[in-house]
Design a protein around this ligand. Sequence first.
Ligand SMILES: Nc1ncnc2c1ncn2[C@@H]1O[C@H](COP(=O)(O)OP(=O)(O)O)[C@@H](O)[C@H]1O
Ligand SMILES: [Mg+2]
Length: 219
Amino acid sequence: MGIIITIAQQKGGAGKTTIAAQLATALAAEDLEVATLDADPQGSLSLWYAARTAALPGDRNTIIHAPVQGWRLKKEAERYSSECDVVVIDSPPHTDSESTIAIRAADLVLIPIQPSPLDVWASRSTIKAAQEEGREVLIIMNRVLPRTKLTGAIASKLEELGVSAAKAMLGSRVSYVSSLMEGKGVVETEGKSSAAVKEIRALAKEILKHKSVKLAKAA
Ligand SMILES: Nc1ncnc2c1ncn2[C@@H]1O[C@H](COP(=O)(O)OP(=O)(O)O)[C@@H](O)[C@H]1O
Ligand SMILES: [Mg+2]
């Protein structure tokens, strides 16, 4: 069985879809079998995947994808996880039943936030929903500006809420956006030494080391 990772955040525009696609391609670049599931009725990740199948015909695209909404999500995610190493689920904004289903389907919930106390505040109900479902949570700092450190104020706010942030953070970078337009991730469009590739690979590796992540391959 592979692991199921849901990207959740009630706030729209936090970077869920961007991180889902970037992480999926970074994990695939580690030679893992990856499936992406789009649980957001807006279907942005599915549009990315459509661009991907056009850009990478046949065997060149190793990621498999399905749009899955509603009550079928948990079963479908489990089915894909029996065939793949990692299932990445992109979920809709708001804390409604749709996003709760996506959280319930996951082994690990990634919550992207911008490093501002206001964003931490705005994430409370997503964090609470994941905790109520007994899911492990990792906060992902996204669109971090140069020279920003995870400030004590934010770290202590997260601590109060019983969660912690991944060490790997993602900067605000054009390549995260432009690569998606080509149906790819930065690991496929940018050089190995680019900052974006280093960041997303560091995040992928950190997630694979995370205690809830037990890959079928490693077992
Ligand atoms: N790390 C980043 N660097 C630059 N732009 C980003 C980054 N993350 C997200 N964005 C941009 O922010 C907007 C919202 O991101 P998106 O992934 O659609 O968020 P969500 O899925 O949570 O609504 C998009 O225009 C996206 O291109
Ligand atoms: Mg989205």
